[in-house]
Design a protein around this ligand. Sequence first.
Ligand SMILES: N[C@@H](CCC(=O)N[C@@H](CS)C(=O)NCC(=O)O)C(=O)O
Length: 219
Amino acid sequence: MSLSPFCLKLDAFLRMTGIPHEAITTPAPFGGPKRKAPWIEHDGRTLGDSSFIIADLTERFGVDPDRGLSPAQRGQALAIQRLVEENLYWAMVHDRWRRPENALPMRKTILGGLPAPLRPLVQAMARRGVVAQLNGHGMGRHADAEIAAIARRDIEAISAMLGDGAWFFGDEPTLTDAVVFSLLANIHYPAFASPMKAMVAERPALVAFLERFRARFYP
Ligand SMILES: N[C@@H](CCC(=O)N[C@@H](CS)C(=O)NCC(=O)O)C(=O)O
């Protein structure tokens, strides 16, 4: 499973819809048109941004995991996606890059594709860039405890919306399930220290959701 939530979301979408693909891991995200991961190559085109890619593939392949949603549900789905990708994601980024106890695990995993002697240098440079992004977003300007409080509210909201249901919108998974899975799985499973781990772990329905998604799409 990818340690990038956006790559994992796209991969989950591809698995959900059965679109044949080959997933390639690169040590740096700068090869794509947006200079962020993921990007795809398809039919001689290179496309960046998980949401643009998904919209394009949905149309081209005539597959839409959200086809059964009402307009109101589509609105809720977008609101959940924005919460996850534009807010909670940054709390995860903060924990991974700014907590000193994650420096070594990051070197071994996310930077693990690089030659070992280069890792500390690349990590220091990447960290500077990530801190600038966090400050630009605004999340990085908060104290650890404030970021944890923001994350708690987001996780509580996600948990309340899922309730005891198997999936967010009924009996079959939709893109929202892939979006939520991609971030919460990245909090729950990898060995990075984060106060968010306990926030997920203490909600059995959320953990069951992650396991359900994993069993179905990542057996
Ligand atoms: N909106 C983009 C976000 C992609 C994104 O932020 N990717 C991260 C990896 S999870 C990245 O490439 N970060 C490197 C950077 O910003 O320099 C999408 O949905 O694809």
